[in-house]
Design a protein around this ligand. Structure first.
Ligand SMILES: [Ca+2]
Ligand SMILES: [Ca+2]
Ligand SMILES: [Ca+2]
Length: 141
C-alpha cells in the first residue's frame, strides 16, 4: 500500500517535471536571446517612412486643416518647428512631408532608399552640420 503511494507520488512528480521542462526550455531560449542583446534588424523604406510621417502629421493636425499651427506643435519638439520653411510659424502638409523626407535622405547614408537601424544609429552620432571636408584636410597637410 505504501509502495503504491510512493509510486503514485513519483509518477505525479515525473509528470510535473515533464511539464516544467517544456515551459522551461522556451523561457531559456527567450533568456538566451535577451542576453545576446538580439534586436531584429529594422529597415525602413522611404515609402514606409513617408507613411509613418503622414500619420504623425495627421495626429498633430488635430483640427484637420492640413496645417500644424502653433498651438498644435508638440511642446518641446523643435524638430517639427525646423520644418517651417517660410517661417510663418506654421507647418503645412507639404512643408512637413518635404522636410521629413529630407531627414530620411540624410539618414540614408548609402542612398539605397532604405534606412537600416545601423544607418539610423550612425546618423544620430554623426554631426551633419560639421561634415568632414577632405579638401580642407588635404590643404592643412
Ligand atoms: Ca491644424
Ligand atoms: Ca510654414
Ligand atoms: Ca540605406
Amino acid at each position: 500500500m505504501r509502495l503504491a503511494t510512493i509510486g503514485l507520488a513519483l509518477g505525479t512528480a515525473l509528470l510535473a517535471t515533464a511539464c516544467n521542462n517544456h515551459s522551461e526550455e522556451k523561457r531559456e531560449a527567450d533568456q538566451r536571446a535577451a542576453a545576446a542583446g538580439f534586436v531584429p534588424p529594422s529597415v525602413t523604406s522611404r515609402v514606409d517612412f513617408g507613411g509613418m510621417m503622414d500619420r504623425r502629421f495627421r495626429t498633430l493636425d488635430r483640427d484637420g486643416n492640413d496645417i500644424i499651427t502653433d498651438n498644435e506643435m508638440p511642446s518641446g519638439n523643435s524638430r517639427i518647428r525646423e520644418l517651417d520653411r517660410n517661417g510663418d510659424g506654421e507647418v503645412t502638409h507639404s512643408e512637413f512631408s518635404e522636410g521629413t523626407l529630407n531627414w530620411f535622405d540624410r539618414m540614408d547614408l548609402n542612398r539605397d532608399g532604405a534606412v537600416t537601424s545601423e544607418e539610423r544609429e550612425s546618423s544620430r552620432t554623426e554631426r551633419p552640420t560639421t561634415p568632414t571636408n577632405p579638401v580642407a584636410l588635404n590643404n592643412a597637410n
